[in-house]
Design a protein around this ligand. Structure first.
Ligand code: C5P
Length: 229
C-alpha cells in the first residue's frame, strides 16, 4: 500500500500540452500526452492529497479518480486556472508542456485558402507560468518544474536541467530526455530529480507512475514541514 504522507495537503498539477489558437479550427500545439502529469496527480491522490489537476490537451486519457479536474486549452487559460488554485496549494507541479509562443492574434473566422500565398504567422511570447508561481510563492509552498530536453549525451540533458533549475528558481526540477521516441506520447520515462539544495536523484527507466513515486517520495517530507494539516 502507498504511504498516506500527503494527507491534508493540497497539490496542484498541470498536465498536457497547450493549444494556441490561430483561428476557430486551428492551433499550434505540441506532442505532450499528459501521461506524466496524470500519473503525478493519481499518485498524489492515492497518497492522500487533495489534488487539482489542470489539464490542457491530453491524449484520450481517463482522468484519475478523486481529483478535481479543470480543463483548459491555451497557455493563458492554464495560467488563469493554475493561479486560481495556487492560493491554497502546498505543492505546485508544472508538468504541462506550455507553449512558449502563441499567435499574436486569433483570427475570428476560419482562414480561407484563397489564391494567394499564406501570410506568415506572427508569434509572441507566452508568460512563463512556472516563473510567476516561483515569484508569488508563499513561505513553505513547494514549486516543482519539468524540463524536457533533447541532446546527444545524457550529460547534455542533465546539464540543461541544472541550468534550468537555477534560472527558474523552483525548489525541484524533473529533467528528462525527449525526442527519438522518448517520454512524449509513450508510457515510460526516466531522468533526474534535481533539488535547489543540489541533490541529484537519478530516476531509473520505468513507468510514469514510478517516476511520480520518486518525486512524491522526495517532496512529501518537505510538504509535511508546514505543521499539522
Ligand atoms: O523553459 P521550459 O519551457 O523548458 O520550462 C519548462 C517548465 O516551465 C515546465 O515546468 C513548464 O510547465 C514550465 N513552463 C511554464 N510556462 C511557460 C513555459 C514553460 O510554466 N510559458
Amino acid at each position: 500500500a502507498l504511504p498516506r504522507d500527503l494527507e491534508g495537503r493540497h497539490v496542484v498539477v498541470s498536465a498536457g500540452g497547450t493549444r494556441e489558437p490561430l483561428d476557430p479550427v486551428r492551433y499550434l500545439g505540441n506532442r505532450s500526452s499528459g501521461r506524466q502529469g496524470h500519473a503525478l496527480a493519481r499518485v498524489a491522490a492515492q497518497r492522500g492529497a487533495r489534488v487539482t489537476l489542470v489539464a490542457a490537451h491530453t491524449a484520450d486519457l481517463v482522468p484519475p479518480a478523486g481529483v478535481d479536474l479543470v480543463r483548459v486549452g491555451s497557455a493563458e487559460e492554464l495560467r488563469t486556472a493554475v493561479h486560481a488554485a495556487a492560493g491554497s496549494a502546498d505543492v505546485l507541479v508544472m508538468a504541462a508542456a506550455v507553449a512558449d509562443f502563441r499567435p499574436v492574434s486569433t483570427v475570428e473566422h476560419k482562414i480561407k485558402k484563397g489564391d494567394r500565398d499564406p501570410e506568415p504567422v506572427a508569434l509572441t511570447r507566452n508568460p512563463d507560468i512556472l516563473a510567476e508561481l516561483v515569484a508569488a510563492r508563499r513561505p513553505g509552498q513547494v514549486v516543482v518544474g519539468f524540463a524536457a530536453e533533447t541532446g546527444d549525451a545524457e550529460t547534455d540533458v542533465l546539464g540543461y536541467g541544472r541550468a534550468k533549475l537555477k534560472r527558474k528558481g523552483c525548489d525541484w526540477l524533473v529533467v528528462n530526455a525527449v525526442g527519438d521516441g522518448k517520454a512524449f506520447e509513450v508510457e515510460d520515462n526516466a531522468g533526474w530529480l534535481l533539488s535547489s539544495g543540489g541533490a541529484e536523484t537519478p530516476i531509473p527507466h520505468g513507468s510514469k507512475a514510478q517516476l511520480a513515486s520518486v518525486v512524491w517520495d522526495a517532496i512529501a517530507p518537505s510538504a509535511e514541514l508546514r505543521g499539522t494539516p
